[in-house]
Design a protein around this ligand. Structure first.
Ligand code: MN
Length: 498
């Protein structure tokens, strides 16, 4: 359910007819060789498609418009093998609407010292032609990714791979549809936002439904379907009865199985990829969706709690950007809950009432059934686990009244020192970069929320490039953050993003 299309990227090489047919034959041959090598590298998440060398204004314009029209094309990678006068690119670039990469590479890796002559230099002058092309893209203020280096270098191929995921995020953003079954939690500010502006900027459709409409879909799930899913849960997860009656426990779990199936059918039927709930608005639902939401998130749905549609859409976006990733470590909604402020061990315990995605789990996953301290429903079943160690990013998209800002914090996920046997929820634990104190200070100055969209599998650069493509401000909190510089960045943002 993650991607709706089999995305591909076009590889377009620029040249001109000044250097003769033999040169153009070489240009085409070289660019084919590069495309083959990129596809054979095994490092790219999507296929690169070779396109005939672009040498005239008409062909450039036609090719970019074909890229616009091709539903499977998620972006164009451009490279000037020789010199290509950049006025030729103006109309094509003006009409092009998809992600753009400028791969600043060269066919040969080393200068051929013994044989180099003027013919060779004219044929292999990306250092020259790519500057002419780069100039016009900058002059036209077009967002693009510039990647520099030899095409055989795994670092360069890795950068192309990383950008491809960003490009797919840009393309897929406008296919994200969020279903809300409740409005925003009363009086809460940071989860609010301008949904009209979000649709203009990000392409997100955010719709509300009465909770009882989805509760009807839950009520319509057959007992046999519920029992089959409960059996699957009991096979897959550890059951922690903690003194509860096994039959009663199973009944509680069955309520979540029914919610999972009923919600998923409703989402599929109405074509939504993200969901928002609210513990205070459950209608005919017997439990707050816990285990059910956790399973849906693992399948690729976005989720936000307490009416938080921005986090729901961001989690979905990150799931899409990491689709099909080998050895992915996981993506989830999280919430900054409580601190450890012991010197040298500082960190933030991340959790939520229930709804953390098991894709981030490390080790065994258990089902517990415990009372919820809020709301008025029966004790919900939930998946409980701790999360993987390692680097991740926590992001918060906020509405500042006149614009959106994306806050991106590099975080280091760790194990807590001791088990927490009485805590009946899934957790993660991290120290924000550059350190707990600076990280939290910067986050608060930037206006970041308590809910975050978190992933181990994307970088701040990828999310920042996505934000740039959406035309919104991104601020980074990482190893280089200093509060004085960070405050200046925020002030510059106030001027630039009006
Ligand atoms: Mn919350």
């Amino acid at each position: 359910m993650l991607l709706q299309r089999n995305y591909k990227f076009w590889f377009c090489t620029g040249s001109q007819d000044l250097y003769g047919d033999e040169c153009l034959r070489h240009v085409a041959q070289h660019s084919r060789e590069i495309v083959d090598a990129l596809n054979r590298s095994g490092m790219l998440p999507y296929e690169v498609v070779w396109k005939p060398t672009l040498i005239t204004n008409e062909l450039i314009r036609k090719t970019f418009n074909e890229a616009n029209a091709d539903e499977e094309c998620a972006g164009v990678i451009t490279w000037m093998h020789t010199f290509s006068p950049a006025k030729s690119w103006i109309l094509g670039l003006q009409e092009y609407r998809k992600p753009l990469m400028h791969l600043h590479t060269q066919y040969n890796e080393e200068i051929p010292y013994d044989s180099i002559d003027m013919d060779f230099m004219n044929e292999n002058q990306a250092a020259h032609g790519d500057r002419e092309y780069g100039h016009i893209v900058s002059r036209m203020r077009i967002e693009r990714k510039v990647v520099v280096g030899h095409w055989s270098d795994p670092v360069v191929v890795g950068k192309i791979a990383s950008w491809m995921r960003t490009a797919v995020g840009i393309m897929e953003s406008s296919h994200i549809r969020v279903m809300r079954v409740a409005d925003n939690m009363r009086n809460v500010a940071v989860t609010e936002g301008d949904k009209v502006e979000a649709q203009i900027k990000f392409g997100w459709e955010v719709d509300a439904y009465p909770v009882n409409e989805i509760a009807e879909s839950v009520g319509a799930v057959s007992v046999s379907d519920v029992n089959a899913l409960v059996d699957e849960y009991y096979d897959k997860y550890d059951i922690l009865l903690e003194g509860r009656d096994p039959a009663e426990f199973r009944k509680h779990v069955a309520v979540q199985a029914q919610i999972e199936i009923g919600f998923e059918r409703f989402l599929q039927e109405k074509n939504y990829q993200a969901i928002v709930t609210h513990f205070g608005d459950l209608g005919a639902l017997k439990q707050l969706p816990g285990l059910a939401i956790q399973r849906l998130e693992e399948k690729g749905y976005g989720f936000g709690a307490e009416g938080d549609w921005k986090v729901a859409a961001m989690v979905r976006l990150m799931k899409v950007m990491t689709a099909g990733m080998k050895d992915a470590k996981g993506t989830s909604m999280l919430e900054d809950y409580t601190y450890n402020l012991v010197k040298g061990k500082e960190g933030i315990l991340q959790a939520h009432m229930l709804e953390i995605c098991p894709s981030i789990a490390d080790g065994p996953i258990s089902i517990k059934c415990q009372p919820l301290s809020m709301g008025d429903r029966e004790d919900p079943a939930r998946l409980v686990f701790t999360s993987k160690e390692g680097k991740g990013i926590a992001t918060s998209l906020i509405d500042l009244g006149n614009r959106f800002r994306l806050i991106i914090n590099d975080v280091e996920c760790k194990k807590v020192e001791k088990p927490m046997p009485k805590l009946p929820v899934a957790t993660n634990y991290w120290t924000p970069m550059p350190d707990m104190y600076t990280g939290a200070e910067a986050w608060i100055l930037a206006g970041g929320a308590h809910h975050t969209a978190f992933t181990y599998d994307l970088t701040a650069e990828q999310m920042g490039d996505w934000a740039a493509a959406m035309g919104i401000e991104a601020v980074y909190i990482d190893k280089d953050t200093k509060i004085r510089d960070f405050k200046r960045d925020l002030m510059l943002g106030e001027i630039f993003y009006r």
